[in-house]
Design a binder for this molecule. Structure first.
Ligand SMILES: C[S@@+](CC[C@H](N)C(=O)[O-])C[C@H]1O[C@@H](n2cnc3c(N)ncnc32)[C@H](O)[C@@H]1O
Length: 298
């Protein structure tokens, strides 16, 4: 089992690593990106975050030949608080490679994949209390419809939610796939793709934690420090794009000769997102939906 890092060289180049700087990998996973960062540090430090116990163990082992890193088992929504426990209040760059690792997708017991039959779990952090199964069996018809529509962009959200409510309890991935097959029999691609994405986002509060983490970066970054973010679906990408835009534009007041407050916090390095090459997409299918955006603290 292996996790192939997405846009590896592009991320490392864009982090502009200084050998004595402090860097954060907010999503350690298989430590593919982290390994390339620690190799480039001398007196600097890498702090790696992950909320998944397995990722923490795997990454710790993969980085064991280096001593310029610290690993934190926590959600990256706790970035500032966890860094301050390590005595760190400024950083020189941060990387987010959002979403799931291949380890999580391929481990059928985690219940992330519609291709395997197992209990519907989908918690990235094994200590979370609510799993996908709990959501399916306890949310109202309206709430299920909303999450399938808003987080999965699922056109048949109501019909799917209706069948779930009628057939509860739903515990296995195959039971949910049976329902999406029945409703989405005319839809291109896998019938369950959007519903599984929606559930995963809801279980792990993926959009909320991204908003929360981004809101901390302006205070944390040193001038020249870079934010490097890979997203894997349009909802995440939209959040990053808007955050960069809001924090990088100088408001010009009509009739004023010069730009006045608010001063921009960032310079956006990628006017358009960087995408994987055809070669990478062929070699690593998980990279197909990846988009990389970069901004630099002014
Ligand atoms: C795509 S993988 C990262 C792969 C890594 N860059 C590599 O090259 O091996 C994403 C990882 O981030 C973790 N993760 C996702 N959201 C997180 C969050 N909010 N807080 C902490 N870890 C998170 C997941 O558990 C997963 O291990």
């Amino acid at each position: 089992m292996k996790h192939e890092s997405v846009l590896l060289n592009e991320c490392i180049e864009n982090l502009n690593i200084k050998p004595n700087g402090i860097y954060v990998d907010a999503t350690l996973g298989g430590a593919g990106h982290s390994l390339e960062i620690v190799k480039r540090l001398s007196s600097g430090l890498l702090v790696g975050f992950d909320q998944d116990e397995f990722a923490i163990q795997y990454a710790t082992n993969r980085l064991k030949d280096y001593n310029n890193f610290k690993i934190v088992k926590s959600n990256f929504r706790n970035l500032t608080e966890e860094l301050s426990k390590l005595g760190i209040n400024k950083i020189d760059g941060i990387l987010f490679d959002l979403g799931l690792s291949s380890f999580q997708i391929d481990d059928r017991k985690r219940g992330f994949s519609y291709l395997n039959n197992y209990e519907l779990d989908m918690r990235m952090d094994q200590d979370l209390e609510v799993s996908a199964k709990d959501i399916l069996n306890n949310y109202s018809l309206e709430d299920l419809t909303r999450i399938f529509r808003d987080y999965g962009e699922e056109k048949n959200a109501y019909q799917i939610a209706r069948k779930i409510v009628d057939r509860r309890p739903i515990t296995m991935t195959s039971e949910l796939v049976k329902i999406t097959d029945e409703v989405n029999y005319k839809v291109k691609g896998h019938s369950a793709k959007r519903v599984f994405q929606a559930l995963r986002i809801e279980v792990n509060e993926e959009l909320d934690v991204l908003h929360e983490a981004l809101a901390q970066l302006n205070d944390l970054l040193n001038p020249g420090g870079r934010i490097v973010i890979i997203t894997f679906h349009s909802l995440e990408d939209r959040i990053v794009k808007h955050y960069f835009k809001e924090n990088s534009e100088v408001e010009i007041i009509k009739g004023m000769p010069i730009a006045i407050e608010p001063k921009p916090n960032y310079k956006v390095i990628t006017k358009k997102p960087i995408l994987p090459t055809d070669e990478e997409m062929k070699h690593n299918s998980r990279s197909r939906s990846a988009k990389l955006r970069v901004a630099e603290k002014i």
